[in-house]
Design a protein around this ligand. Structure first.
Ligand code: F6R
Ligand code: ZN
Length: 192
């Protein structure tokens, strides 16, 4: 009897660092320049070095975006810092296929997951090493780093999901995570 082939996984996620390595892993970065318009204090953002990297993302997408048949994962490395009193954060988005959920698992650091439903009701969950968060369908999600170290988390979502940044670009979230009296606070946004 000949033995069946046992192969290695194509991708390894380092459980200590969150680093993804292997065939098909892609990498991207977002700078302060690319987040123009996202922060409350645009004057403060414009005064900072525009090439400052806010976050890097390593993605493993076994199917192309929008094509069903796989679960994707990505590690986000979100740097510590603030623009004015607002913590460094990801852009945030809804999913293009609105019924698709997501899961975030924190590897290291401290932060806040901001969740906004389609009625623009915003709530937030504390991220700490090992915390597991469900992003329900039809829920915009953004992460803010409220600590002094990089915030590292892994996201999982179905490959058919797709990403929709439009409403967040035009209207933002209805709450912002800002440092108020020395502590993170979810502050409601007054809309014009
Ligand atoms: C995937 C997902 C994350 C984010 C990443 C960067 O659906 O939510 O992998 O894409 O944290 O944030 P954005 O894409 O909002 O700039
Ligand atoms: Zn997402």
């Amino acid at each position: 009897m000949s033995a069946a082939k046992i192969s290695s996984a194509p991708v390894i996620l380092d459980p200590q660092t969150g680093v993804l390595r292997g065939t098909g892993v892609t990498e991207s970065a977002k700078t302060l320049r690319q987040l123009a318009g996202y922060f409350r204090d645009e004057t403060a953002r414009a005064a900072m070095n525009p090439e400052t990297i806010l976050y890097r993302v390593q993605s493993y997408e076994p199917q192309p975006e929008g094509v069903e048949g796989a679960i994707c994962c990505a590690t986000t490395f979100l740097m510590p810092g603030k623009v004015g009193d607002e913590y460094f954060m990801t852009r945030g988005h809804y999913h293009a296929a609105q019924d698709k959920p997501e899961m975030e698992v924190t590897v290291s650091g401290e932060g806040i997951l901001i969740l906004m439903d389609q009625n623009r009701q915003t709530r937030a969950e504390i991220m700490r090493p090992g915390s597991v968060h469900t992003v329900p369908p039809r829920t915009a999600h953004r992460v803010a780093n409220t600590g002094t170290q990089p915030l590292v988390f892994v996201s999982y979502w179905p490959s058919e999901t797709g990403h929709d940044y439009g409403e967040i670009v035009s209207r933002g979230f209805s709450g912002r995570v800002r440092e108020i009296n020395g502590a993170p606070s979810l502050v409601p946004v007054e809309e014009a």
